[in-house]
Design a protein around this ligand. Structure first.
Ligand code: AMP
Ligand code: MG
Length: 325
């Protein structure tokens, strides 16, 4: 009898200790940062020893840099730069062709609010440079002439521009794609609990010590303050905001998300947060919904399966999709 109850006590203790270890204890992560794609990228790994985690992070950072070399319009030898200069149809890698097709898909879904052909517009405003510029109406019109969802044709790996002057910009989707590639490599290395954050493009592997990750979404007008906290497992969450890259002139805020219809920064939102299975989709949809504004943007997010979102309108009003946790 005594033996039996002693055994029971030992069993209960084991269950409690294992449970505490698995669910209660938050281990110290291996946490590293790197500057890639003009953004501070942070990777935190919670479930591996230092050496395994560091090797995996090295591989993930290298992969993200490879994508930058392939797709950034700031890299002269990138396929996107080659395409922008091309006057004839051009064969690119399958990977670049696939991301352009993904961008074109969101472009069609959003009726042109998302647009990977607005490279000239981006150059004109030079928002990211030391000398941003407010263009004239005529300059804006010139920069948006001929752009749009039908301005590119992709057949296999061959990309054809409808106008040789067309310039590409994957800035609204490539960071998300790079995060997805990093996550794929971490998973391949056996990692089951990690977070990748490329300046607000976040993807989460597994959960966090048995609990959902709690991801704080930046308040678009109060720096360093959290607007809402989202409990997430195995999801990507991306925020597009007018506070990320902007300059002010004569009291007007000019930011980096353009409305392809006007050639000026989109005016309807402060920020849009999108939760999806992958970061490339979330990235592009966040930019698209930002341009579309609270009403049409929310409709777009609601209509996509497995996608949830949160929109802060220009006046600060919050709206969200029905399934947002
Ligand atoms: P994000 O921070 O993901 O919203 O992306 C902003 C970046 O995407 C900008 O810096 C531009 O490179 C690009 N971009 C701006 N406006 C658009 C748009 N309407 N559609 C697609 N990409 C855009
Ligand atoms: Mg985006």
């Amino acid at each position: 009898m005594l033996k039996k109850s002693a055994l029971l006590i030992v069993l209960v203790l084991i269950v409690v200790v294992v449970g505490w270890y698995r669910f209660g204890r938050v281990p110290e992560p291996v946490d590293r940062t790197a500057l890639i794609m003009g953004t501070l990228v942070e990777i935190k790994i919670y479930d591996q020893d230092q050496s395994t985690a560091n090797h995996a992070i090295n591989a993930a950072f290298e992969e993200m840099s490879r994508i930058e070399q392939l797709m950034s319009r700031h890299v002269e030898s990138s396929e996107i730069s080659l395409l922008s200069r091309a006057t004839e149809p051009l064969a690119v890698s399958q990977e670049t062709a696939d991301l352009i097709i993904a961008g074109q898909h969101i472009a069609h879904l959003s009726h042109g609010a998302f647009d990977v052909t607005l490279g000239r517009l981006k150059e004109l405003w030079a928002i990211n440079s030391d000398h941003p510029y407010v263009p004239t109406e005529a300059e804006r019109q010139q920069a948006i002439t001929g752009i749009g969802p039908d301005a590119l044709r992709v057949a296999g790996r061959i990309v054809t521009k409808s106008d040789p002057a067309l310039q590409l910009d994957l800035g609204g989707i490539a960071k998300g794609y790079a995060v997805d590639r990093a996550v794929a490599l971490l998973r391949k290395a056996g990692i089951t609990s990690a977070a990748v954050n490329a300046g607000g493009d976040i993807s989460l592997i597994g959960d966090h010590a048995g609990q959902p990750w709690r991801i704080g979404i930046q308040h678009p007008r109060k720096q360093g303050e959290v607007l809402v906290t989202l409990p997430l497992v195995n999801r990507a969450v991306v925020t597009s905001g007018d506070y990320e890259r902007f300059f002010e002139r004569d009291g007007i805020r000019y930011h980096h998300i353009f409305d392809p219809m006007t050639g000026a920064p989109a005016r309807l939102c402060q920020s849009v947060t999108v939760v999806a299975a992958d970061a490339a989709t979330a990235d592009a949809l966040a930019t698209a919904a930002f341009v579309l504004g609270p009403e049409q943007g929310l409709q777009l997010l609601e209509s996509e399966k497995g996608v949830e979102g949160l929109i802060v309108a220009l006046n600060g009003t919050l709206s969200k999709t029905s399934g947002l946790p």
